[in-house]
Design a protein around this ligand. Structure first.
Ligand code: PEP
Ligand code: MG
Length: 583
């Protein structure tokens, strides 16, 4: 039966393919094909993991205190029985042998199938057994995972497998770093139950130029493995089991979208000036050093935001040391051939967790918690290591330091003191760096916007993080789909705040950019131009779309229409003023 689900559109385009359901447990494990001839060894790994868990359960049972509640022993018995049932290992072993899936992948595939069957059972007691099976399988996965960590260096591990060119990933939630890991896989779209338009998961999905819809509540329950799906990434619609007529309509739209993308390529080499000849600079946002290649190819004049924390979020690896970081930063600098590169210092916390390969103090999961520079200042050694690595990269090109989430003068001063300290450490070591490296701040907390001279006086450049500025001004958790409808870049408070920041910075002659998702949204380009913005930083996938809007725009006219937009706080008045500006 055909039905449609609705969510939040995050990445444009039409995808047509088959659902591949990925459970949370499945995301904790790697997916790759084992080399031919290694099937038996891989099967043995799975059997060994089962043995290990059997031993663990025996030990738990023996270690139960005499006064332990009876249910505890019964619970362990049930888990022991599930583990002893040869059926649990049977299918995964077959998948390893016939399809060469790695053991953890094979096991999670079977787990997903079993959980689907249990979800359909009416009887509450039997339904609950599904949870027991999940717990047992997760124990086995954990046992496999602990072996797998050592195996990352193992030459028998090869590149992650392609999921299939028509695979559409469906998951309850995907952490930003897991999303990035999918970058190496071949697939055609994403659907998640959770997430907001500017959650970091959505940002990474957009950067992959793959149609994606997030916040599709219950998608992972209503869609079944193998279902045919159409994702309309522009309107946030997911059609499940489309009929032939719908399919051919979407195929037509898909062809049109491909043609439009092809036409856009013609803009790659044109100058970025408005119709009334105002020069605009387009920078790229990147998550991984190699993204810089495409940024240059599409005509970016620099990297406006390198989210360096993605180097720190791999849960299978320890934090990169100074040398490793230096190599990564240097790679971006080299790939950009002398163009500026704003390396944003680690912004972990909230929806970006620090890699679990460390036993470092926890970052908060609350967006109001220990995040970004707040965390870096509580870990000065890690921060200094990063600063030295960026400074060393600055000897090879225009690496610049950009600091996220500042609000207080004392945070700024402590940050600048540590930058000076990092410089003197390198000086003592006799290592090269640019002593005049530019240091910039992100303006993404309303308090910072309201005391802008504090920043203008202390920094070389500023960049507005609208994703967080909106989140903190409107008190909307940007990753929470339940309040996503209130996340509004057009709220009059946001527009007035942006105007105030941009005009103060322009008057003070300090470079000001926007690097939040607003900058990459072509429907907002005219608005930002009207607000006086000339530096835009966005994911490279959006560059040409925004450029097309810029080429058509008349900044003089837009600026003349802006006072009416800014003065309008009643919805009716605002939409009229915006209509005059945007049409
Ligand atoms: C922002 O907040 O707008 C920004 C660019 O940074 P991030 O999305 O990584 O928080
Ligand atoms: Mg931010």
């Amino acid at each position: 039966m055909t039905f449609a689900l609705h969510g939040i559109p995050v990445s444009k385009g039409i995808a047509i393919g088959r659902a591949v359901l990925i459970s949370r447990a499945a995301l904790e494990v790697s997916h790759y094909l084992i080399e031919p001839g290694k099937e038996d060894a891989e099967a043995q790994k799975l059997l060994d993991a089962f043995d290990q868990v059997r031993l663990e359960l025996d030990q738990l049972r023996l270690g139960l205190p005499k006064d332990a509640p009876q249910e505890m022993a019964a619970f362990l018995d049930v888990h022991g029985m599930i583990l002893a049932d040869p059926a649990l290992a049977e299918k995964p072993l077959k998948l390893i042998r016939t399809q060469r899936l790695n053991a953890a992948w094979a096991l999670t595939t079977e787990l997903n199938d079993l959980l689907e069957q249990f979800a359909e059972i009416e009887d509450a007691y039997l339904k609950e057994r599904g949870n027991d099976i999940r717990q047992v399988a997760e124990r086995v996965l954990k046992a496999l995972n602990s072996r797998q960590k050592d195996a990352v260096e193992d030459p028998e591990f090869i590149a992650p497998t392609d999921l299939g060119t028509d695979a559409i990933i469906v998951a309850h939630d995907i952490a930003p770093h897991d999303m990035l890991r999918f970058k190496d896989h071949l697939f055609t779209g994403f659907v998640t139950d959770l997430g907001g338009k500017t959650s970091h998961t959505a940002i990474v999905a957009r950067s992959m130029e793959i149609p994606a819809v997030v916040g599709v509540r219950h998608a992972s329950e209503m869609i079944r493995h193998g279902d045919w799906l159409v994702i309309d990434g522009e309107h946030g619609v997911v059609v499940v089991s489309p009929d032939e007529q719908l399919l051919s309509e979407y195929r037509l739209l898909q062809t049109q979208a491909i043609e439009e993308t092809r036409k856009l390529q013609l803009l790659k080499h044109s100058r970025t000036t408005t119709a009334d000849d105002v020069a605009i600079e387009l920078f790229a946002n990147i998550e991984l050093p190699d993204d810089a290649t495409q940024a240059v190819e599409l005509g970016a004049v620099g990297v406006g935001l390198f989210r360096s924390e993605f180097l720190f979020m791999d849960r299978h690896q320890a934090l990169p040391d100074e040398e490793q970081q230096y190599q990564e930063y240097r790679r971006v600098v080299d790939l950009m051939h002398g163009l500026p590169v704003n390396i944003r210092t680690i912004d972990v916390g909230a929806d970006k967790a620090l890699g679990a390969g460390t036993d470092l103090s926890q970052t908060g999961t609350s967006p109001l918690g220990l995040r970004a520079i707040r965390w870096s200042l509580t870990e000065p050694e890690i921060f200094l290591t990063q600063l030295r690595a960026i400074l060393r990269a600055s000897a090879h090109g225009q690496a610049r330091i950009m600091i996220p989430m500042l609000a207080h003068a004392k945070e700024i001063d402590e940050t600048l003191r540590l930058i000076e300290k990092a410089k003197s450490q390198l000086h003592q070591r006799g290592q090269a760096f640019n002593p005049n490296i530019q240091v910039g701040a992100m303006i993404e907390i309303p308090a910072a916007a309201l005391v802008l001279p504090l920043f203008i006086n202390r920094f070389d450049f500023l960049s507005i993080g609208t994703n967080d500025l909106i989140q903190y001004t409107l008190a909307i958790d940007r990753a929470d789909h339940a309040v996503a409808h209130l996340y509004d870049p057009l709220h009059p408070a946001i527009l007035n705040l942006l105007y105030s920041i941009i005009s103060q910075a322009k008057r003070a002659n300090i470079p000001i950019a926007v690097c939040g998702e607003m900058a990459g949204d072509p429907t907002l380009t005219k608005l930002l131009l009207g607000l006086g913005l000339t530096d835009f930083s966005m994911h490279f996938s959006q560059l040409l779309l925004v450029k097309r809007e810029i080429l058509k725009a008349d900044v003089g006219l837009l600026k003349s229409l802006m006072p009416a937009v800014l003065a309008a706080i009643e919805p009716e008045a605002q939409s009229q003023a915006l209509e005059r500006l945007l049409t």
